[in-house]
Design a protein around this ligand. Structure first.
Ligand code: NZQ
Ligand code: ZN
Length: 383
């Protein structure tokens, strides 16, 4: 097992009718900005419910944060924060709104060019406004982590940041808020959380028994509940288990004491930035291809995954590894994922994608830092 430090200060307020609890955790002098996306949170009544809870406080609102939040849009929120002397940000939505809010939290107090928050200058950020979250889509884990991803529309670049300054102070996880999610977003959330778990699990064995067992539990749970999540709109328990699984998948627990391989995400971000494909759908394209290219390096863990997650107990280690890859593809396909970029109507430009990876420093990815641009090229050729 590898050495690790674990820190996560986010309070989780989980369950039905828990939005009202946020008033207990806001500072007395809070001047709140509610940030949200398009129409979903208004249509399902969540915004009205929140406004009612916030009535003893000063609040304002900023809507229109798009999926894969735009730097340009977020700068408008930063202006409003400054103008209105906002001192607390409340994100209502999914990964896009939460990540956008985390960016605003930093940019509102940053005196230099805000794009630096997303570049190697990022560590110069020393302060951020406090954030709270009301989660409406289980997928990214952003509600309980300190990461974010923001897109600059002008240059079609999607870049990330990571700083302990943006851990939410609290996150409300009310599974009933997911009842209005369309099928496509449910599929995306299941696949994104499944892949988050795998990118921390599917490397090489280091005898981290507790972390492996947690990851296997999350994977088995997602496989088990997926049909009910998709087919039963108002099934509280499947939505509750989905919501908690997606949060645990990327709140840091599954990274304790193990190597990680985020290559699928790094390459996927370039596909979303250039072609606008949903985040989760890029992951489903890349992960199986990457595994097949790295089957020797990952064989032991693929075999463990085959046995403990897919209950495959016959065949050689290599055969089990191959079956596990096929089972994963079948699972993704059952969730509406395509296995070729052309199925999304995209004609890929491999040279441009490789240039972007190089520009963004993604030239030595994976648990052994051996996913070089040459390996990324092979992956891109096969999708
Ligand atoms: O804009 P509205 O109208 O609210 O619609 C949203 C949006 O179009 C809709 N939606 C959300 N809750 C709903 C709902 N529709 C009906 N009922 C509800 N209850 O869903 C659409 C997608 O929302 P979005 O927030 O984009 O989805 P997701 O949570 O999958 O977030 C994706 C973003 O998070 C980033 C991704 O790259 C992408 O930008 N990620 C963030 C991570 C992190 N911070 O740790 C890690 C992830 O790997 C990922 O990179
Ligand atoms: Zn993801």
């Amino acid at each position: 097992m590898l050495n690790f430090e674990f820190y996560n200060p986010t309070r989780i307020i989980f369950g039905q009718d828990t939005v009202k609890e946020i008033a207990r955790y806001l500072p007395k002098d809070a001047r709140v900005l509610i940030l949200y996306g398009g129409q979903s949170a208004t249509k399902n009544g969540t915004i009205d419910e929140i406004k009612h809870v916030l009535s003893p406080f000063y609040y304002n609102e900023f809507s229109g944060i798009e999926a894969n939040p735009h730097f340009e849009t977020l700068l408008n929120a930063v202006e409003l924060v400054k103008k209105d002397k906002i001192n607390f940000l409340l994100a209502v939505g999914g990964g896009s709104v939460i990540d956008g809010t985390k960016f605003v939290a930093q940019a509102a107090l940053y005196r230099d060019e805000p794009w630096q928050i997303l570049t190697r200058e990022g560590p110069k950020v020393k302060d951020a406004l406090p954030i709270g979250v009301v989660l409406t889509i289980p997928a990214t884990g952003s509600e309980m982590n300190c990461r974010g991803v923001v897109t600059r529309a002008k240059t079609q670049e999607k870049l990330s940041f990571r700083t302990e300054l943006v851990y939410p102070k609290f996150s409300v996880l009310d599974p009933t808020k997911t009842y209005t999610l369309p099928k496509r977003q449910l599929e995306n959330g299941l696949v994104d959380s499944f892949v988050h778990t795998l990118e921390q699990y599917l490397t090489y064995p280091v005898d981290a028994k507790v972390t492996d067992a947690f990851a296997e539990g999350v994977l088995r749970t997602l496989i088990e509940i997926a049909p009910d999540v998709i087919n039963k709109t108002h099934d509280y328990n499947s939505r509750a288990n989905f919501m908690w699984a997606a949060t645990v998948a990327l709140n840091g627990v599954l990274a304790t004491g193990v190597p990680e391989d985020w290559a699928t995400h790094r390459i996927g971000h370039e596909l979303t930035a250039l072609y606008g494909i949903d985040h989760a759908r890029t992951l489903a394209l890349i992960l199986p291809v990457l595994w097949r290219l790295k089957i020797t390096e990952k064989q032991a863990k693929l075999c463990q995954y085959a046995e403990r997650v897919w209950d495959i107990h016959s065949g050689s280690e290599l055969e089990k590894a191959e079956i596990a890859i096929s089972k994963t593809i079948e699972f993704f396909e059952s969730l509406g994922m395509k296995m070729q970029l052309s199925d999304y109507g995209v004609t890929k430009d491999i040279e441009l994608l490789l240039q972007r990876l190089e520009k963004h420093g993604q030239t030595a990815l994976g648990e052994h830092q051996d996913i070089t641009l040459a390996v990324s090229r092979k992956i891109l050729e096969k999708i």
